[in-house]
Design a binder for this molecule. Structure first.
Ligand code: ATP
Ligand code: MG
Length: 437
């Protein structure tokens, strides 16, 4: 315990007031340098005429500037980087010996021999320094400088002891806070890695599951061809079955590769200035035969739309959306594709009159392989189309959103950057619109 008897009652109150103020700073999360400054200033107030400093040991074991608000900057700079040793002034020697060092006259003290000129230039006559500890380790020093030769009395020693202890608490607190923060960050990183790992395992499981069905049907048909006496018609059917299943596998593999590339940011996207209406016309023409088979009308309307996009990838996005609209809509309904220029916002919408999607399923829409329970029939998809369409749109600098009402239909909105915005990526190229439809 401290020798309170060496301090007067008023001084004890003053010490406690200052200690409380420092603790409050610590508790409110002030940076260490501010807290150390306040400790130094508090001690300077209680020992009038003194100038104090705190030096902290760095990872390489040298003393670095911690706090010295009243010492000249030129002195602090000269001392910064001081290596502990038997003749390293008061601070370096205190660390070296692991005990307080009192140099009551630096002009004659052998430990100051290499610092005498510096002391002279900065009006330093005496300096005593005490090690600051964190646990059993020395983490720095607390020094008190006098302008003239001076031997500290009991009161001053007691004050220095108390404030050195306070500095230890501040350094300890800062280290535990940094360690807590480092542990928290490591914990966050571990959890995010676990989540990514889990998502990857789920993806691989779903992928294997998706590939198994068409592979089993290929094996089955091949087995029949090998072992059974089939009529030409049955052979034709079996070969068609193999062809269909192989095409399905290929399309899953293509989508998985595209998704992996776009998620890794490795999808080559060639942004150019183009008329999105042209791409929509090509895509709707492509699906007309399928729409006719299902007695669904596909309409394309709206103005020319000057956007920044990758022509091939935009077509892929629109084809995915049209494929959903056709796959899930009943016959005798209409799928409407349209363009809009809303105050510079370039919008494409694909709207169907299908069954719609229940609100509680909307969250799962962009999860790979999640078909929300939709039947994966002969023409069933793998559940990759929407997530791929969204990622591709984002890779072109746009966004894709879906809203749906059960019993009314589904609307997908693709928003793209205007063609007059500057192309952002170095590998992208801008070219002008070739023609308008
Ligand atoms: N227009 C729509 N109307 C109703 N349900 C839809 C619509 N679009 C998507 N869905 C639902 O969302 C699920 C996911 O769609 P997504 O396009 O990602 O996969 P998919 O069409 O099943 O397969 P893929 O696109 O890989 O061929 C669908 O299985 C379906 O349940
Ligand atoms: Mg789809």
């Amino acid at each position: 315990m401290g020798k309170l008897s060496t301090l007067t009652g008023d001084e004890v109150t003053a010490v406690l007031d200052r200690q409380t103020a420092v603790m409050e700073r610590l508790a409110s999360g002030d940076p260490l340098s501010t807290v150390l400054d306040s400790i130094v200033v508090a001690l300077e107030d209680l020992i009038p005429g003194s100038r104090c400093s705190i030096l902290l040991l760095d990872d390489r074991g040298v003393l670095r500037h911690g706090a010295a608000p009243s010492l000249p900057a030129t002195y602090s700079t000269a001392i910064d980087g001081l290596a502990p040793g038997p003749r390293a002034g008061s601070c370096g020697t205190a660390v070296h010996l692991d005990q307080p060092v009192v140099a009551s006259d630096v002009s004659t003290d052998p430990r100051w021999v290499t610092f005498r000129e510096l002391a002279d230039e900065h009006d330093i006559g005496a300096c005593w320094s005490s090690p600051i500890r964190s646990g059993s380790r020395i983490v720095g020093t607390f020094a008190v400088y006098d302008r003239a030769a001076h031997e500290p009395d009991d009161r001053e020693r007691e004050l220095v002891r108390r404030f050195t202890h306070l500095a230890s608490i501040a350094v300890d607190h800062d280290r535990s806070a940094s360690e807590r923060e480092a542990r928290h960050q490591a914990d966050l990183a571990r959890r995010s890695a676990e989540r990514a790992n889990h998502a990857k395992s789920q993806f691989v499981t779903s992928l294997s599951h998706e590939l198994r069905t068409p592979l089993q049907s290929i094996t089955g048909f091949a087995e029949n061809l090998k072992t059974l006496e089939l009529s030409p018609e049955q052979r034709h059917k079996a070969l068609n079955g193999i062809g269909g299943a192989a095409t399905h596998i290929l399309s899953i593999v293509d989508d998985v590769l595209d998704l992996a590339r776009v998620e890794a940011g490795a999808m080559p996207i060639q942004l150019e200035r183009l008329n999105a209406k042209e791409v929509l016309t090509v895509a709707t023409d492509l699906v007309q035969p399928l729409a006719a088979q299902r007695s669904i009308t596909v309409e394309c309307s709206g103005p020319s739309l000057d956007v920044q996009a990758d022509r091939r990838r935009l077509r892929q996005v629109i084809l995915n959306l049209l494929s959903n609209a056709l796959r899930f809509s009943p016959s005798a309904t209409t799928v409407r594709v349209s363009t809009q220029d809303l105050a510079g916002q370039r919008i494409i919408t694909v709207v169907d009159e299908g069954p719609g999607i229940a609100a509680d399923l909307l969250d799962r829409l962009f999860v790979p392989f999640d078909r929300l329970g939709a039947e994966a029939g002969r023409e069933g998809g793998a559940g990759l189309g929407l997530v791929l369409a969204r990622r591709l749109t984002e890779a072109m600098g746009g966004s894709l959103d879906l809203d749906s009402t059960v019993g009314t239909g589904t609307r997908v909105t693709v928003s793209l950057q205007s063609g007059t915005d500057q192309c952002s990526s170095g590998t992208d190229r801008c070219s002008s619109i070739e023609s308008d439809n």
